[in-house]
Design a binder for this molecule. Structure first.
Ligand code: NAD
Length: 246
């Protein structure tokens, strides 16, 4: 993209883990970034010469203001990466023991957040007849994780959101895909992976024999964002070291 106007991408949850690795990767490929995160300093750092903002993706007003600010500062958003996500409490709980607030918050960030950001991005993508929305779901949205019903249900919804957008906007020149990571080593999972016994048990269940580094998930996101897979839409790209084969 050296001689072209840089494309603008928005990355949500870009202050940490997979989102941060994605920001670094997309910047190295010449994208200019709008980064939304609860942590404004992390968002700013990840955005580099773009625009990092403190945004809660579950709050409609914050999302629409943030999109307007990015489009004014950087230009039209060509790629949206719906990456912000939470798992819920550290303790896994079955459904009847999962607090209602926790259920609502997980759905609020992982589903409503992706919906609100997609909605805002589509409003400007449709008139331009161009854009790509990439949603970070999870293999938990294909087969549930034990004691994680809120998270698993939210990721199944995120995957279907990506596929619904693909169907409804294909005729507008807009594509939508998902990436479904297995277990990646990030602040979200660190507390488990830092316990040697737990890490060994997790890695024993992964055919490749190890968890992913966030850069390996960012690689899949950046391949989609590059536009090289131009005929792909409505797809959930599984990047899990073979976990879901078992
Ligand atoms: N790490 C894994 O093993 C794994 C596996 C599958 C899917 N995922 C998904 O990948 C995405 C990134 O996960 P991660 O492991 O990098 O997590 P992480 O906790 O390291 O980073 C998540 C980022 O999202 C931000 N965030 C959380 N709630 C937000 C909100 N309401 N508004 C804006 N920003 C918010 C956090 O501040 C943080 O910077 C999530 O959607 C997660 O569900 C992760």
């Amino acid at each position: 993209m050296a001689d072209q106007v840089p494309k603008v991408a928005v990355v949500t949850g870009g202050g940490s883990g997979i989102g941060l690795a994605t920001c670094e990767r997309l910047r190295s490929e010449g994208f200019r970034l709008g980064v939304f995160d609860l942590d404004p300093a992390g968002a700013s750092e990840a955005a580099g010469d773009g625009l990092g903002l403190g945004v809660d993706v579950a709050v409609a007003g914050e999302v629409s203001e943030a999109f307007a600010a990015v489009e004014e500062a950087l230009g039209p958003v060509e790629v949206l990466i719906n990456n912000a996500g939470i798992t819920g409490s550290l303790e896994a709980t079955r459904l009847h023991e999962t607090p209602i607030d926790e259920w609502d918050r997980v759905m609020g960030v992982n589903v409503r957040g992706a919906y609100l950001c997609s909605r805002a991005a589509l409003s400007s993508m449709v008139p331009r007849r161009s854009g790509h929305i990439i949603t970070v779901a999870s293999v938990a949205g294909m087969d549930p994780f034990p004691g994680r019903s809120a998270y698993s249900v939210s990721k199944a919804a995120a995957l279907l959101l990506a596929r619904s957008i693909a169907l409804d906007y294909a005729g507008d020149g807009i594509r939508s895909n998902a990436v479904c990571p297995g277990m990646a080593e990030t602040p979200m999972t660190k507390w488990r992976l830092d316990q040697p016994d737990l890490r060994a048990a997790i890695e024993a269940g992964i055919p490749i024999g190890r968890v992913a580094q966030p850069e390996e998930i960012a690689e899949a996101i950046s391949l989609l964002a590059s536009g090289r897979l131009s005929y792909m839409t409505g797809h959930g790209l599984v990047v899990d070291g073979g976990w879901s084969l078992r």
